[in-house]
Design a protein around this ligand. Sequence first.
Ligand code: GLN
Length: 196
Amino acid sequence: MNIGVLALQGAVAEHIRSIELAGGTGVAVKRTEQLADIGGLIIPGGESTTIGKLMRKYGFIEAVREFAAEGKPVFGTCAGLIVLAERLEGGEEPHLALMNMTVARNAFGRQRESFETDLDVKGIDTPLRAVFIRAPLIREVGSDVDVLSVYKDEIVTARQGHLLACSYHPELTDDYRLHEYFLNMAKEAAEGKTGR
Ligand SMILES: NC(=O)CC[C@H](N)C(=O)O
């Protein structure tokens, strides 16, 4: 199963490594035509404003919306989660506006700009190692969104059908189980299941 990693800006090589550890094939996606060859797309961490700008410039906003409308899974991590959100706190313009949630950028404040922790994630049997770097938080989700994990009462992992999002960087540790989870979503979607 080919999993694409949007390669406009951000942590691309690390995601490809985690996908390969999980048993998939990682592909750096730089052109919209490549979306035809992948079964799922990861939007990596980095700077959401930059990623959003480059997505607009290279036609990825429409192309990824079409990709998702076909039922193909999309996974946003950190800045990628911001890119997926329908609503951004503070009135900022959303980017893909695909996932029914409100997201606050840089929500941990200066003292806690980056930290690591072990998180209980629904669907993963033991705690997942997670690295937070200037991370966003999910403030609120629609009723069609499943909360998969919380950190200090705040939502940090969520799923809406074939869309997956997390506030942290799952690609910066050797714990590839969230990538494995996403790979399974892509396999199920390819087999024509609903993915729920
Ligand atoms: N590590 C990250 O992806 C940080 C996200 C970044 N703070 C943003 O707002 O886009």
